[in-house]
Write a protein that binds this ligand. Structure first.
Ligand code: FES
Length: 185
């Protein structure tokens, strides 16, 4: 055992610390193993934690219908669209209703049917020529402008474009019950 002594440190007259060769190499192997384990764990940790730092990807463009369906003299038309959203590892396919209408200048608009008050589905009333939310009675003009009721703003317009003769929309969600449109990711 005396031969294995590598170092002796004498502190004062009493304390003696002895590090023998076997424990020195044992410590080196332990440190090396821990470092290698941590190195190999990095990709696994990144994969496991990915949903925590990844932002939900926005929706893609969805077909609403042929442009020929939406003539200038028509009342708002209700359409159901489908779209995919990526949230962490999952891809969620959703369906939502929208209204195709025209603004005061005669330009096409697509409005979300989600009431900006607390999220009920708004209905078109042909006889009254307005939109009504059945939950708390908010009323909106044919172009989505606020008329009355507890909703803090008008119906939410959505981004639109035309492609190959089709009207397309990118569905978005907005914060409920706030006066200005705030997009949710
Ligand atoms: S949810 Fe539409 S008025 Fe309340």
């Amino acid at each position: 055992m005396e031969q294995e002594r590598h170092t002796e440190i004498v502190a004062g007259n009493r304390d003696v610390i002895v590090i023998n060769r076997r424990s020195f190499f044992g410590t080196l192997v332990a440190i090396g193993s821990a470092g290698m384990g941590a190195f190999l764990a990095i990709p696994v940790l990144r994969y496991v934690l990915y949903p925590l730092y990844a932002k939900a990807a926005g929706t893609q463009w969805s077909d609403v219908g042929d442009m020929s369906e939406f003539t200038a003299d028509k009342a708002p038309v209700r359409k159901t669209i489908t779209f995919a959203q990526r949230d962490g590892w999952r891809e969620v396919v959703s369906a939502q209703s929208v209204y195709v209408t025209r603004n005061a200048a005669g330009q096409l608009e697509v409005l979300s049917s989600i009431c900006p008050h607390l999220g009920c589905s708004v209905s078109w009333q042909k006889a009254q020529n307005d939109f009504l939310c059945p939950c708390h009675g908010s009323v909106f003009e044919p172009d989505g402008k606020y008329v009355s009721g507890p909703a803090p703003r008008g119906m939410d317009p959505l981004p639109i474009r035309t492609k190959n003769g089709k009207l397309q929309v990118r569905f978005e969600y907005f914060r409920s019950n706030v006066p200005n449109q705030e997009k949710l990711s």
